[in-house]
Design a protein around this ligand. Structure first.
Ligand SMILES: CC/C=C\C/C=C\C[C@@H](O)/C=C/C=C/C=C\[C@@H](O)CCCC(=O)O
Ligand SMILES: [Zn+2]
Length: 700
């Protein structure tokens, strides 16, 4: 055991560097039992914060912190026991970069959007901090054209994809030789001139005809999970966080927005507009976001605006008017909102997800515009990422559930605060159904049904499903039941404080939870292994919702031959109708498997007459209704299902619609033709994933 003495007067940054240098300098390379860092200072908290900061930066795992002994002359002291684990420094299977040696602390983008060429072109300047002695910088890239690299002003040589670091899933590593060897704690600047590729997976460019206004082109990005490397050379791992600034140039009169705070008004130069942004809170690369188009905004609250094409902006302002309420509940539950502004951008229908939690500027799909605010729970979800994901970040995509499970929990709790505990239980019921559907889709023995799957050699897009969301939420509900709601909510606030600004994996979470509840014997019974690495369905909670019971009653009546009437559901929440349709889809599938699809099919027109499903404005209901029609082979609604799949690029809807369409072999050619026709209007991620679904179905 080696001991390092540090004195607590220079602030946390000093300690991180001192500790990093020390850890790297020691002979005790992993696996080692532990290294003791001890500090004496007027503020013990500085030493404790240091411990946490060291861990957040992935330098080591803190196994024990002892403070306040012995107290001499009014000065408190602290000792930190630090374990370098065998897998130190926490490899990320989805990145090639050498973030264990050198870290990007901040970067400055200077990019011009060229709609004619379909590219972004310009430069990035990276500010590096050496963690250990190193003379190279390895960054992630994918299909970037790199024209020039300089390091601290001197030309630097570089190679793309060298040493076999090139693959379909991960892109091509960019290795830059630094002109001088950096010592731990030393800083350097690397400047890279580059352009993106016209087929970059992170970027979708819409022609004017593809927009609502039909006059101007539109560009938007989606970086999660590992697409930031198509936009810029970067350390594309959620384990590294950097601040950024950006200067973005676009043709007049278009507006550029980013996942950052805008600085001042745009400057007009030669028919172009320059926009400036600053993101002062360090963020992982996957949270970089850019949008550019003919955009208008409306104020939603003291710190929020909603943006969209001008044609839809009033409808958007109505739909998301509860934003500030959601934020206030989030702050009460999880702590201060640190990002300054919270704006929403409503994207064109090809946006591949319901929402993306880009800091300061959540991106959302227009399929949330139901006209009655009933789908704004996605906004509550994205707001919750302001704490879980954006502040406390999964260390790699293998523990994505730490972003999504916590956020799903928070979303459901916020919606419960809005609409009552019974409603919260209804949402959980819906989530349990979604979980069992997603587990069934992969098969219960599949690696991706684990809360923490292994992703070596895997494209994270292939592993994505509702499982980390719902299974993660259920695990947290299980823990909440053990310790009680009030204590669990206090835990969540402590968790945010503890991991804020850093990253964590499932063991960091487990250790902190056990430390927090060290005097609670019941938590010792938790089967962490099973929750984290067990396949298939987890233990289901007992749920009590009168709202869900009403759904079950109507479901039974409909199954029993009752045709339904509008008043049956007139006081319902739309989430109850979603549950009813989910239950009917399952029923239709069972009947179809028993050769009785036609019996369900014969009931659809009556149900439509009663409940008006064919004309619903709610995309979740429309989707489920069409899935029901497809499940019972209703030929009269195939065109409507195809129309939804073609119009909406949100994968939650598009992929299941195509998958259900092609389950029936006679519908395959029509579905294929529809996909080929719509493919060009989809986001590259959606086009890639739907093409894979077709390939799988055709291979069967
Ligand atoms: C265990 C899972 C492994 C890796 C997943 C990591 C990233 C997945 C990647 O494909 C990106 C996901 C982006 C998600 C963005 C928003 C979602 O919350 C939307 C959910 C679906 C929807 O509402 O449309
Ligand atoms: Zn999410």
């Amino acid at each position: 055991m080696t001991e390092l003495k540090i004195t607590a007067k220079k602030g946390t940054g000093f300690y991180i560097r001192a500790a990093a240098t020390f850890l790297r300098g020691t002979d005790e390379k992993p696996p080692v039992p532990s290294v003791i860092l001890s500090g004496t200072g007027s503020a013990t908290t500085t030493v404790v914060e240091t411990a946490h900061a060291i861990q957040k930066q992935g330098l080591a795992k803190i196994t024990r912190v002892e403070t306040g002994y012995p107290t001499t002359g009014g000065q408190s002291t602290a000792r930190l026991a630090v374990t370098l684990t065998a897998d130190w420094p926490f490899p990320d299977p989805s990145s090639y970069c050498n973030f264990d040696e050198v870290r990007v602390e901040s970067y400055a983008l200077d990019l011009e959007i060229n709609f004619e060429k379909g590219i972004l072109q310009g430069s990035i300047e990276l500010e590096l901090l050496a963690i250990q002695e190193s003379s190279r910088l390895v960054l992630d890239t994918r299909s970037l054209s790199i024209s020039r690299v300089t390091a601290d002003g001197a030309s630097a040589s570089f190679q793309l994809g060298s040493a076999g670091r090139k693959s379909e899933a991960l892109g091509e590593a960019l290795e830059i030789e630094l002109p001088k060897k950096l010592s731990p704690g030393e800083k350097a600047k690397v400047h890279i001139e580059y352009a993106t590729a016209p087929d970059a997976v992170a970027i979708q460019i819409l022609s004017p005809e593809q927009t609502q206004g039909k006059k101007h082109p539109y560009l938007f990005t989606q970086c999660q999970a590992i697409h930031a490397r198509c936009l810029m050379p970067c350390q594309d791992t959620p384990g590294v966080k950097s601040k950024y600034t950006a200067k973005m140039t676009a043709p007049s009169p278009l507006t550029v927005l980013m996942s950052a705070v805008p600085e001042g008004e745009p400057k007009e130069v030669d028919g172009k507009r320059c926009f400036y942004f600053t993101q002062k809170v360090p963020i992982p690369s996957y949270l970089l976001a850019i949008a550019c188009g003919n955009l208008a905004s409306r104020r939603l609250g003291p710190r929020s605006h909603v943006w969209s094409e001008p044609e839809a902006v009033e409808a958007c302002a109505f739909e998301f008017s509860n934003t500030e309420k959601f934020m206030s509940i989030g702050e009460k539950l999880f702590g201060e909102y640190v990002w300054g502004i919270y704006d929403l951008l409503v994207l064109p229908p090809s946006f591949p997800y319901g929402g993306m939690e880009n800091p300061c500027l959540t991106f959302v799909t227009p399929t949330l515009l139901a006209g009655d605010r009933s789908l704004a729970d996605v906004v509550a979800h994205e707001i919750t990422h302001s704490w879980f994901g954006n502040l406390c970040t999964n260390r790699s995509w293998e523990c994505f559930w730490l972003n999504e499970g916590f956020t799903k929990f928070g979303e459901t709790r916020i919606m419960g605060n809005m609409n009552g505990a019974d409603y919260e239980q209804l949402l959980l019921r819906n989530d349990c159904l979604k979980l069992s559907e997603d587990v069934a889709l992969f098969g219960p023995e599949h690696e991706f049904t684990k809360l923490c799957p292994q992703l070596k050699g895997v494209d994270p897009d292939d592993a994505f499903s509702g499982i980390p969301y719902m299974k993660g939420e259920l695990m947290l509900r299980h823990l909440e039941k053990i310790v009680g709601q009030e204590r669990f909510e206090a835990y969540l606030r402590a968790h945010v404080k503890r991991f804020s600004g850093g990253c964590l994996d499932e063991n960091d979470f487990k250790n902190f939870f056990l430390e927090h509840f060290s005097s609670e014997p019941a938590v010792k019974e938790v089967d962490w292994q099973k929750w984290f690495y067990g396949r298939g369905m987890p233990e289901m909670p007992a749920l009590h919702s009168t709202l869900a019971e009403k759904v079950e009653l109507l479901f039974s009546s409909l199954k029993g031959g009752y045709d339904g009437a509008a008043e049956d559901i007139k006081d319902w929440f739309p989430k109850q109708t979603e549950l009813l349709l989910d239950r009917l889809v399952d029923y239709a599938r069972e009947q179809a498997a028993a050769g009785k699809a036609v019996e369900v099919q014969g009931r659809l027109n009556a149900w439509n007459e009663a409940f008006g499903f064919d004309s619903t404005k709610n995309a979740e209901i429309r989707f489920r209704w069409l899935m029901l029609a497809l499940a019972c082979n209703d030929p009269s609604r195939v065109d409507a299902a195809i129309a939804m799949a073609q119009e909406v690029g949100r994968m939650k809807f598009t992929r299941p619609l195509y998958r259900e369409l092609i389950k029936e072999p006679s519908r395959l050619p029509k579905a294929k033709t529809a996909f080929e026709a719509a493919k060009g209007s989809y986001h590259p991620i959606t086009a890639k994933m739907v093409a894979q679904d077709f390939a799988k179905a055709e291979a069967k």
